[in-house]
Design a protein around this ligand. Structure first.
Ligand SMILES: *Cc1c(COP(=O)(O)O)cnc(C)c1O
Length: 387
């Protein structure tokens, strides 16, 4: 039987890392020691008190049944309390917080809940891929907003096409940013809120990296802006903050109408998060934050190692204020894909070519700091031998 894929799948952007993945597997099969700085997945473990809460709630049969899409009220209350403590933002746990099976799930589903075929979804370029694919799967037209270094990797909102902005049904933003590691100022985010209000489209801000920041810098929440809640929601996740990528727990919060729309869609797609994971999530938000401080200190030390070494080797590179990524200009005239392929062949180190995140990522590569420090040092030794 020949299976024909739905048109919406054929419209998704091609997976650009096929060749690099293939080369990586070929090297590994040949017994080479490959160091992967491509994937953004923490190597550090989930803090023990969070795992303990999962274990303690696992044997209670009341946690074995379907939970609801809206999740335990206790979890939504814990999220609201955390937003208040961390950002001074007040949220109604009944109407303004929605747990997600990882924030990627909510991000990819949001366009399906609020955009019709032919509507425009404004997406940063380069970006975390689900913004684009979620919009495409919903049949929306993606309009890219280039993130350029000279503008601090924030979109030129005044330069967006009027036609596109008028048709916009959603704008995605993400600070601290993946893949550029840029952070946004209040003024920049305020411009986005003003534009959204003027044209009547919602904003979804992804704050997955708000807790991974360095040198005392404290990223803000989009919802701290005075009128943000009237135009938008924020996506958040325990994945990066507490090294919980495999657990699948995140949330959306903010504008009640957007939360209700996403919730309505989700009641038709899933039946909520496994309750022990929700209890563990509460432990993460309300428990001791010492492990987070250590996690951040570890990334900061790795950032110093990598950025100092590459700068010394002549790379044009700055120290990111947040995220566990380093976004660096390709130090040769090669395109990012060629450069990454050559680096893999010659040093057996994987980095992500910037173009894989969108055309405006061309000319850059992304390093992830999520490998043990001695492995990172080994990768640096190999890289600085070549450059
Ligand atoms: C890792 C990441 C997330 C979090 O994804 P989860 O599905 O919650 O694990 C969200 N946004 C960005 C930009 C990310 O890099």
């Amino acid at each position: 039987m020949g299976v024909e894929r739905a048109e919406r799948l054929t419209k998704l952007p091609p997976y650009l890392f096929v060749e690099i993945d293939r080369a990586k597997h070929r090297l590994e099969e040949a017994g080479k020691d490959v160091i992967d700085l491509g994937v953004g997945d923490p190597d550090l473990p989930t803090p023990a008190h969070i795992c303990d809460r999962l274990k303690a709630t696992l044997d209670d049969p009341t946690n074995h049944r379907y939970s609801f899409t809206e999740g335990l009220l206790e979890l939504r209350q814990a999220i609201a309390r955390w937003y208040d403590r961390r950002f001074g933002v007040s949220l109604d746990p009944q109407t303004e917080v929605l747990p997600l099976l990882g924030s990627k799930e909510g991000i990819a589903h949001l366009p399906l809940a609020i955009a019709n075929p032919g509507d425009v979804v404004l997406v940063p370029d380069p970006c975390y891929p689900p913004y684009r694919s979620g919009a495409i799967l919903a049949g929306a037209d993606v309009v890219s907003m280039p993130l350029l270094e000279e503008s601090g990797f924030f979109p030129d909102l005044g330069g967006l096409s009027q036609k596109a902005v008028r048709r916009a049904k959603l704008m995605f933003l993400n600070y601290p940013n993946n893949p550029t590691a840029a952070v946004a100022t209040v003024k920049q985010l305020q411009e986005a809120v003003d534009l959204a209000k003027e044209y009547g489209f919602p904003i979804a801000h992804d704050a997955a990296y708000s807790e991974i920041s360095f040198d005392g810098f404290q990223p803000i929440s989009f919802l701290q802006l005075p009128e943000a809640k009237s135009v938008g929601i924020e996506f958040h996740s325990l994945s990066k903050t507490y090294n919980m990528t495999g657990w699948r727990i995140g949330w959306a919060c903010g504008n009640a109408q957007l939360i209700a729309a996403l919730g309505q869609l989700k009641t038709n797609l899933d039946s909520g998060l496994f309750q022990p994971i929700q209890w563990a999530g509460i432990a993460a938000l309300e428990g001791d934050q010492g492990a987070l401080q250590q996690t951040v200190a570890t990334y900061q030390a790795r950032r110093e190692l990598l950025v100092d070494a590459l700068a010394k080797a002549g790379w044009q590179i700055t120290k990111p204020k947040a995220t566990f990524y380093v976004w660096a200009r390709v130090p040769t005239t090669e395109r990012s894909m060629e450069f990454a392929a050559r680096l893999l062949e010659q040093s057996h180190v994987v980095v992500t070519p910037g173009v894989g995140f969108g055309p405006s990522g061309e000319g850059y590569v992304r390093f992830s700091l999520t490998v043990p420090t001695e492995r990172l040092q080994e990768a640096i030794d190999r890289l600085t031998k070549i450059f």
